[in-house]
Ligand binder design. Structure first.
Ligand code: NDP
Length: 285
C-alpha cells in the first residue's frame, strides 16, 4: 500500500547562505501539524531550467524564488498571477494540476506589513523609495494601490528606472543625489537597497523628524543605523522582518489554503536571525 507522502516546497536561489524561509515555514507547518516540508534549493543561474523540470517531475507543491531568479524564472512557468505579470517578477510558484503558476507576494507582503505592523495608511501620503531593483518595484506597486499620491524613486542610474512611469502614474525617478533632501520631507521612506547590510547608514545626510515612518527592508536581529537614527529623531522606524514574514504568510496561504500562525513565524525568524548574527560574529573574530 502506498504510504502518504509529505508535501514538499522550498526556495530556489543562488547563493542561499542565510535564507530564513525554511525556518519560518517549517515552524508554521509544525504548529499546524501539517505534513509539509520546506527545503532550501541552491540553484545556480545556468541550472534554473533543469530545476523547474525537476520540480515538475518530483511533484513539488510549490516554491519561493529569490535572487537572482525572480525575473528569469518567468520563462519557465505556465502562467502568472496579477502582480507577478505586472512586475515581471515571481517570488512564489504554485503547482496546480501539473501546471506551475507564478505569483508575487512581495506586494501583498509590504501592504500587509504597512497595515498591520506599522499601522500606516498611505492614503494621500508621499513616499521616497531608495533603489530601483526588484523589491523597489513591489514597494511602488503596493504604495500605488494603497493610495499614496506621490512616490519618488531614488536610484544611481535613472536609466534603470524606466519601469517607474509604466508601473505608476504617481511615481517618478530621481538621481541618488536627490535622495537625502526627499527623505526629509516624505511621509514614508523605504530603503530598498542593500545599503546597511555592512552596518553603514544607508542615507547618512537624511534629516528625519516626528510624523515620518522609515522602513529598512534589510532584516537583522538589531536595528540598522538608518532605523536607529530615524527613531532617535522621533520618526517611526521599522526593519524588514515584518515584510519578510507577511510575504511568507501570503505564500503559505497560496500553497496550503490555510492561515499560518504569524507569531510563530516571526518568533522563528527572530530566533534564527540571532543565530545568524552569532555565526557572523564568530567568523569575524
Ligand atoms: P536588487 O539587486 O534587485 O536591487 C538593489 C537596488 O539597490 C538597485 O537599484 C541597486 O542599484 C541599488 N543599490 C545597490 N547598491 C547601492 C548603493 N551603494 N547605492 C545606491 N543604490 C544601490 O535587490 P532587491 O531589490 O531584490 O533587494 C533590495 C534589498 O531589499 C536587499 O537588501 C534585500 O535583502 C531586501 N529585501 C527585503 C525583503 C523583505 O521581505 N524584507 C524582500 C525583498 C528584498 P544599481 O542597479 O545601480 O546597482
Amino acid at each position: 500500500m502506498n504510504r502518504p507522502v509529505a508535501h514538499l516546497v522550498g526556495v530556489l536561489g543562488w547563493p542561499l547562505d542565510h535564507t530564513l524561509s525554511p525556518t519560518i515555514h517549517n515552524a508554521a507547518f509544525r504548529r499546524l501539524d501539517l505534513d509539509w516540508i520546506y527545503l532550501p534549493f541552491p540553484v545556480p543561474p545556468e541550472s534554473l531550467g533543469d530545476a523547474l523540470k525537476g520540480m515538475r517531475a518530483l511533484g513539488l507543491r510549490g516554491a519561493n524564488v529569490t535572487m537572482p531568479h525572480k525575473e528569469s524564472v518567468v520563462a519557465h512557468l505556465d502562467a502568472l498571477s496579477g502582480d507577478a505579470e505586472e512586475l515581471g517578477a515571481v517570488n512564489t510558484i504554485q503547482e496546480v494540476g501539473g501546471r506551475l503558476i507564478g505569483h508575487n507576494t512581495d506586494v501583498d507582503g509590504f501592504t500587509a506589513f504597512l497595515a498591520s505592523d506599522a499601522g500606516l495608511s498611505m492614503e494621500g501620503k508621499s513616499a521616497l523609495v531608495m533603489g530601483a531593483g526588484g523589491a523597489a518595484r513591489a514597494i511602488v506597486r503596493s504604495l500605488d494601490h494603497t493610495g499614496a499620491t506621490e512616490i519618488v524613486v531614488a536610484c544611481r542610474d535613472v536609466a534603470k528606472a524606466a519601469w517607474v512611469d509604466e508601473l505608476s502614474g504617481k511615481a517618478r525617478a530621481v538621481g541618488w543625489a536627490d535622495a537625502e533632501e526627499a527623505a526629509g520631507v516624505k511621509d514614508l521612506v523605504v530603503n530598498a537597497t542593500p545599503l546597511g547590510l555592512g552596518g553603514e547608514d544607508a542615507l547618512p545626510g537624511a534629516r528625519f523628524h516626528r510624523g515620518q515612518a522609515v522602513v529598512d527592508l534589510i532584516y537583522s536581529a538589531g536595528n540598522t543605523p538608518l532605523v536607529t537614527r530615524a527613531r532617535a529623531a522621533g520618526a517611526d522606524g521599522w526593519g524588514g522582518l515584518g515584510m519578510l514574514v507577511h510575504q511568507a504568510i501570503a505564500s503559505f496561504r497560496i500553497w496550503t489554503g490555510q492561515d499560518p500562525p504569524a507569531q510563530v513565524m516571526s518568533a522563528a525568524a527572530l530566533h534564527a536571525l540571532g543565530g545568524i548574527r552569532h555565526k557572523r560574529d564568530d567568523t569575524d573574530s
